[in-house]
Design a protein around this ligand. Structure first.
Ligand code: ADP
Ligand code: F6P
Length: 323
């Protein structure tokens, strides 16, 4: 394979703060290496529709500090069809796109795998607030989302404290509890419920509230991952069984926005640079991850087959210290 001349970059799936920093790094690294780079709009839809734009050094100015994604994002059911895939490949040929950097979650990685199998080498970068990509200890956007959730719960704590209530707070994370666990630790939640661990309302919440109440605690925060859900019922149950007035709050999409933290900007920049370096060396079909503090890359197929163990010890620790 000769020197790669043109690549594309897209953001896909749920947006995450830091995606812009990754796009910026990809664009500037490519240009520095003499590679032409197209911004592909709205995830895989842009490839299917040929909605691409040549990026310049200046098209990524003033975005490193912004949440969201300037390339827009989408979930593209069409890309999973034979027809959609064919249109995407045709457009890659039409624009001379010889490699694509895909920034998204594991759904987007599956799309990247399919595209790679059809002869368009892709590099995946982990972009999701959920931190639920098995091959990576960290995903771009996770740090900002944790900080946002923490700030929101801190605000809730003020009103929970003055009313001597219990707040049951739902945080995002899709089917994973990583965001809930880290947020729960940071806000000192009395209990943290995650989908990875079956919970017993009586033992894990009611008894714990009663115990902490008897030692003088007067307000309570319960953090619930959206994968567990049912915050309204949980709050109702707590109120009925303990007599403590309870309220349920769903933090929702605020967790996806906001200016990315240092960590997200830093990781996004390093990962974006690494992705283009790989493509420039003729290496594709890989995903970039952070593992044990190191930036690594793995074959997409192998990465998708990896599993990530939930940190049960951390949950245990949170339970001990939040009393
Ligand atoms: P995320 O990347 O955040 O996990 P999704 O699961 O919604 O988000 O995936 C984003 C897009 O990736 C989908 O809309 C689709 O275009 C593509 N995709 C997801 N799963 C697959 C799959 N199994 N095969 C091919 N493409 C997929
Ligand atoms: O994957 C990111 C995420 O925010 C999840 O935490 C959540 O389950 C989902 O996306 C929400 O998706 P939507 O933006 O389609 O409501």
């Amino acid at each position: 394979m000769g020197k790669i001349k043109t690549i594309g970059v897209l953001t896909s799936g749920g947006d995450a703060p830091g995606m812009n920093a990754a796009v910026r790094a990809v664009v500037r690294t490519a240009i520095a290496m003499g590679i032409k780079v197209y911004g592909i709009k709205r995830g895989y839809n842009g490839l299917i529709e040929g909605d691409v734009e040549e990026m310049t050094l200046r098209s990524v100015s003033d975005i490193i500090h912004r949440g969201g994604t300037v390339l827009y994002t989408a979930r593209s059911p069409m890309f999973k069809t034979e027809e959609g895939m064919k249109a995407a490949i045709d457009n890659c040929k039409r624009f001379g796109i010889e490699g694509v950097v895909v920034i998204g979650g594991d759904g987007s990685y599956r799309g990247a795998r399919d595209l790679s199998l059809r002869g368009v080498p892709c590099i995946g970068l982990p972009g999701t607030i959920d931190n639920d990509i098995s091959c990576s200890d960290y995903t771009i956007g996770f740090d900002t989302a944790m900080n946002t959730a923490m700030e929101m719960v801190d605000k809730l704590r003020d009103t929970t404290q003055s009313h001597e209530r219990c707040s049951v707070v739902e945080v995002m994370g899709r089917r994973a509890g990583y965001l809930a666990l880290q947020t729960g630790i940071a806000v000192g939640a009395t209990a943290i419920l995650v989908p990875e661990v079956k919970f017993d309302l009586q033992k894990d919440i009611i008894e714990k509230i009663n115990k902490t109440q008897s030692s003088g605690k007067k307000h309570f925060i319960i953090v619930v991952a959206e994968g567990v859900g049912h915050v309204d019922e949980i709050a109702k149950e707590i109120e009925e069984q303990t007599g403590i007035e309870s309220r349920a709050t769903v933090l929702g999409h605020v967790q996806r926005g906001g200016s990315p933290t240092v960590r997200d900007r830093d990781m996004a920049s390093r990962m974006g640079y690494h992705a283009v370096e790989l493509l420039s060396r003729g290496i594709g079909n890989r995903v970039v991850s952070l593992r044990n503090g190191n930036l690594v890359d793995d074959d997409i197929h192998e990465a998708l087959a990896m599993t990530k163990e939930f940190d049960f010890d951390m949950l245990k620790m949170a339970n001990v210290i939040s009393i």
